[in-house]
Design a protein around this ligand. Structure first.
Ligand code: GDP
Ligand code: MG
Length: 282
């Protein structure tokens, strides 16, 4: 049976466009090469496909080799990791500086930031690691750098994307989807106030802050971050690894208490934002 090469090729091309992982892309590219026209006029097309195949192969070999990447991973710190993403010149470095006081390079020319920049955002005493990722470009997932930056994005608890319009939003979402990055995205515009951006980040992280206190003293200045709906047990564990064993009861002030200083013996008691907890040991 005669094979319609053009049809097969088009099919492989669609598969390539729809492929989400480098492995799938590689598979589709091989199919494209096998079905590409063989006449002289298609030489450029074939060599382009071969180049892409070589690139994806190198990428997957590098990914398999432990520590084979030229890029350093960033150690997680603080209660959560937030990544600032966006197109070039969207104001990522400026926002990082405003949120954290870090000093990234800021310039009016594009692609100033070539490696991730890190700062710490202090939200009412909670430390949030904030990472600016270099500009998202088209077909991000096909570039080794893009893959690396996506791998950092995937380790974050929230992505903050600076956009000017719906098109930007769609572009960024598409690149994240292609990289199989399913982290929540908070889209913000540059004209949002810093206060509102900080509050939105906090709300989207779904965390609460709680305070410990020693009997007869006011609450500690430094709050602890817990995930929303965390229990007394989770807080106790966070304060000290032996605390659950030693737990006798706690006095609680705040939204989760019926009245200020309520005695709570139940380790499954659900805490709320801004609660103050005084632990009493056995
Ligand atoms: N008008 C205006 N310009 C800004 C704002 N934020 C950043 N810029 C400018 O836009 C350019 C790129 O900013 P930068 O933070 O380096 O963007 P990045 O490439 O996304 O990191 C610089 O010239 C900034 O001064 C803003 O909120 N308003
Ligand atoms: Mg930058």
């Amino acid at each position: 049976m005669p094979v319609n090469a053009t049809y097969e090729f088009a099919k492989a091309q669609v598969a390539y466009d729809e492929a989400k992982t480098p492995q799938e892309k590689l598979q589709a590219l091989k199919e494209m090469l096998a079905t590409a026209p063989s006449h002289k006029g298609a030489e450029k097309l074939r060599s382009g496909i071969k180049q892409k195949i070589a690139r994806f192969k190198e990428m997957s070999i590098r990914a398999k080799k432990k520590g084979g990447s030229a890029y350093q991973t960033i150690r997680k710190e603080g209660a959560a990791r937030v990544c600032i993403i966006g197109k070039t010149n969207s104001g990522k470095s400026t926002l990082l500086k405003e949120l954290t006081g870090a000093n990234p390079k800021i310039a009016s020319y594009p692609y100033t930031t070539t490696m991730p920049e890190v700062g710490t955002l202090d939200y009412k005493g909670i430390k949030l690691q904030t990472v600016e990722l270099p500009a998202i470009t088209k077909d991000y997932v096909e570039k080794e750098k893009g893959l690396f930056f996506l791998s950092i994005a995937k380790t974050s608890d929230l992505l903050v994307a600076i956009v000017s319009n719906q098109l930007d939003e769609a572009f960024i979402q598409k690149e994240l989807d292609a990289g199989e990055c399913n982290i929540d995205v908070l889209f913000i515009k540059r004209n949002n106030t810093l206060r509102s951006i900080k509050d939105k980040i906090w709300i989207h992280l779904d965390l609460i802050k709680v305070y410990t206190k020693i009997p007869g003293k006011p609450k500690e200045e430094q709050p602890l971050a817990l995930k929303k709906d965390a229990t007394m047990e989770e807080m106790a564990k966070k304060v000290h690894k032996d605390f659950v064993k030693k737990f006798r009861f706690a006095r609680v002030w705040g939204k989760s208490a019926k009245f200020g200083g309520q005695k709570i013996q139940n380790l499954n008691h659900v805490l709320q934002d801004n609660d103050v907890v005084e632990f009493h040991e056995k």
